[in-house]
Each structure stands twice: as C-alpha cells, then as structure tokens.
Design a protein around this ligand. Structure first.
Ligand code: MRU
Length: 354
C-alpha cells in the first residue's frame, strides 16, 4: 500500500509520461522506467520492462494515448492508425493488450483528451478486477491451504492486487495461514524473481521450486490447489498462459488437485472459439541460453548456461485445454468452462446455436 492507502501500481501515468516498475532488474534492484513517447512504451512492452497480461494492457492503453498526444494535427488519423498497429505487434498473446489498445483508439479517433481518460479508466478497471478476484478467490482457500502457482500473476503483472496471487493476498490479509509453492518458471524466472519478491514483501510463507518439481509435491500430497493467471482465454475456456502451465494442469488432473485460472474479463477472447486460434509468442533463444542474476559480489551478471553452439527454442506460452481447468476466478464470479459458454457476452453460448 502507498502512503495514500492506495495499492501500489506496476504501471501508471504522470501527465503524458508512462511509468513502469522495471521488472527485468527485480528483485535485485527497484527502479522505475519512464517513457515519454509511445515508441518507447512499445520497447518497454517488447523487452518486458513491464509484463504480465494486465500490466501489458494498461501500458498499451497509455501508449495509444501517448500516440494521440504526439500525432500531428495535419496527419492525426494516419498517425494513430500506424501507432495502433505497432502497439498491437509488440506482444501477440496477451488479450488485454488488444482490448486496451482498441478501447483507447476508439476514443483517440475523437480527441487526445478522451484517449487519456479512457487509458486511465482501463488501468483503474484492471485494478478493480484484481481486487474482486482476490475477494472471490479467497473463498476457495481454506486455512493452511498449500497453493502452487506458476509464473508471476501478482500485482506486478496486473497493475495492482494481481490475478492468481490476489486470492492469496486476501487469504493472508484475512488471517488465514497459507503456504505457496512458487514455480521458478524458466526461462525468464518470473516465479523465482517476481512472485518470490512479492510474497517476501507481503511476508507470505513460500518456497521457490524448480519447474520440474511440482508433480513430485503433488504426488506427496503437499499441494491442495493450483492457481495461475492467464494471457488469453478462448470462448470454450482453453487458456494460454506462461509456458509450463499445461504440464502443471495435466499433473493436477492426474492427482485430483483442483486447478483454477484467475483473470479479469478483459483477458477473455470470446471471438476465438478455442485454444487452436490463440497466437503463441516465440521469443529469442537468448532467453533460454543466458541467465541473469547476482554474483557473489552483488553485481548483476548475465551468464551462459547452455552448451556453446547449441540452439534453443523458446515458446513463451502454452494452451491448457478447458477440460483440465476446474474453474475460472473472475471479478464476476467463479465459473466452470461450461458456465462460461452460458455467459451472455460469449458468442458461443447455446442460444447462438440453432
Ligand atoms: O511473458 P509474461 O511474463 O508477460 O507472461 C505472464 C504470464 O504468463 C502470467 O501468468 C499472465 O500474464 C497472467 S497474470 C496477469
């Protein structure tokens, strides 16, 4: 919480400057990255200075508003159209990026002041969604619950509160004892670096585990529930999230452990029927080949951990089929995949079929 008792934000705007907590240097350094132009905000999204579906969405919305501010009067529409395409090309999987850019673009077509109001609204709505997910998801966590999570779906990833971590914060804040198994989440280690940092700050008991250790703990009976976030959820409930989520869902199903996805409504892509239609981002092989961390003298070092001359493959996300997902924790309630199909906003709902 900040001094004004507002939750700390991972992304925010100061006039027309977009400010982002620099997630590439956490947990070793706490720095704020300031972007004065839409092009620089795009670079911040691409290089994962800000990351996580909700934070990417907020940053993309602000980038669209920055473009409206930068657009010359005599070429206004052309300029914002080009900017929209560039923002949308920055990261392909996170649905929130497209939802936010489109919303702000529609206002930017009228004028830049409306664009900024909308960008702020987008960010505020993401924060509100995280708070509601936390309150609703807390009902799934009993006292002494042991939770497995993958990647970082905390406040760094959703502007504030978080998605998968929001119910854990709420449980902790309402006096429940919880323990969190944090998947390391190679190759970029968002679990080991960011989720562990968040949980440390909140004094929530946790342990980082190697990515390949989760099934072992499930088999031992040490995990009661799995909760992850999402980058895009298709109309039938198939869910794209950080690479490795699929493996955890398969293992959870095998051991009979409930597996939940937590996400705001803006992460749902009701126009995409199923997971086969979700674009999967491929990132550079350097993210697999090199690791960054502190050496014994406390200096940040990038080191090679893969055999020289070997190549690497680096899909950033995978798709978990809806049948492996126990439920979706959303700000509007907790739904099964079948219930999702009944939502009025879902074009696949039964009444749409003759
Ligand atoms: O590549 P990243 O770090 O942006 O991927 C993030 C995730 O996969 C999160 O689990 C996801 O965004 C859900 S949290 C809002």
């Amino acid at each position: 919480m900040t001094k004004t008792n507002q939750p700390e934000r991972a992304v925010w705007a100061e006039k027309t400057t977009v400010c982002m907590i620099e997630q590439n240097v956490l947990p070793f350094k706490y720095q704020v990255f300031r972007s004065e132009s839409y092009a620089k905000t795009i670079v911040a999204i691409k290089t994962m200075i800000t990351r996580g579906a909700g934070s990417i969405g907020a940053a993309a919305g602000y980038a669209m508003a920055q473009a409206a501010s930068e657009a010359p009067k005599n070429d206004y529409l052309n300029f914002i159209n080009t900017a929209k395409k560039e923002i949308e090309a920055s990261r392909p999987t996170a649905r929130d990026l497209f939802a936010a850019t489109e919303r702000v673009y529609q206002k930017a077509k009228k004028n830049k002041a409306l664009a900024w109001l909308e960008a702020q609204l987008v960010a505020d709505e993401i924060v509100d969604a995280g708070e509601k997910i936390g309150k609703l998801g807390n009902a799934l966590l009993k006292n002494k619950a042991r939770i497995l999570t993958h990647c970082n779906a905390g406040w760094l990833a959703l502007v504030a509160h978080g998605s998968a971590i929001a119910p854990i914060y709420e449980a902790h804040n309402t006096g429940k004892k919880v323990f969190v198994y944090v998947d390391e989440t190679r190759p970029r280690s968002q679990g080991a670096r960011l989720t562990a940092w968040e949980l440390n700050r909140a004094k929530i008991p946790h342990a980082v585990i190697a990515d390949n250790a989760a099934a072992h703990y499930m088999q031992q009976g040490s995990i009661d529930i799995v909760i992850t976030g999402a980058d895009r959820i298709a109309a039938n409930g198939d869910t794209a999230n950080k690479i490795g989520t699929l493996e955890k869902a398969i293992a959870a199903k095998y051991f009979g452990i409930p597996f939940y996805i937590a996400a705001p409504i803006s992460t749902f892509d009701f126009e995409t029927k199923n997971g086969a239609g979700i674009p999967i981002e491929e990132r550079s092989e350097g993210e697999v080949i090199f690791q960054t961390g502190l050496d014994e003298s406390g200096n940040l070092q990038k080191i090679q951990t893969v055999s020289p001359n070997s190549h690497a493959l680096n899909p950033a996300f995978d798709v978990t089929p809806a049948e492996l997902i126990t439920g979706f924790i959303t700000p509007k309630g907790i739904f099964t995949a079948k219930e999702l199909l009944k939502l009025t906003i879902n074009p696949l709902k039964p009444s749409h079929f003759r």
